[in-house]
Design a protein around this ligand. Sequence first.
Ligand code: O7M
Length: 249
Amino acid sequence: MQEAAKSKNSRIVLALDFPFEAPENRNKLLVKAESILKAVHPFICAVKINHHLVLPLGTFNGVQHLVEQIRGQGLLAIMDAKVNDVGATNQTIAQYYYAAGFDALIANPFIGWEEGLEPLFKVSQKLNRGIILLCYMSHKGAREGYGQTIIDSETGKKTLQYVSFAKKALKYGADGIVVGATYPQKIAEIKRIVGQNVPIYSPGIGAQGGDAEAAVKAGANYLIVGREIIAAADPAKAACQLLDSIKGV
Ligand code: O7M
């Protein structure tokens, strides 16, 4: 990611999400995705694909073609599967996405290490791909899970769930963590824990109310941005303006 961000001079990860299309019209999504990519690729360093495209287009011969185009433009391709199952299942999910060419996968740390994340990290390290873990999500309900106070299973002490996840991301050697741009104070708090060792990916800019400059100032390394760019009348202009707003911050 560092290399891609440096060569593209951008820390924007495009969330290539589109609203629902009737299944019989799903090819429109591919056309839309290709046209956005063509317009926006000079202003971003990576693309994050979610169920919005995998469900209608499928993986092989579907998003795989997009992944090839993304990587062909010097960008990284991240699959936002929010992997959340038992280890053997996680491993198989990862193998399929990596076979389709994805560079990294997003996973949910609530599943824990043993027989959960461990097999996922193993297969990812073996194939030289990355794992990005959720730490504090951007929506309001995040406080019910990521924000709750827990008794840490290792220390027996009271702590906040997201503080525990940030420490675990460091311990596991995660390639990144996700912290909502809607909570810049939490970005700053988590940054103090992970330092420069685990990059922070921050979604929730614009449509969800988060501010790009505030997120970067608080310590976000990368911004995950969807509707602010994709739903704009001129996506390239929107991406360029967003990039300008965080240059030098
Ligand atoms: O910019 P938006 O709001 O149109 O899109 C944000 C994208 O980031 C969308 O793909 C969400 O699924 C994702 N996201 C969040 O919005 N909030 C989170 O807390 C986490 C993610 C995410 O990317 O998780 C990996």
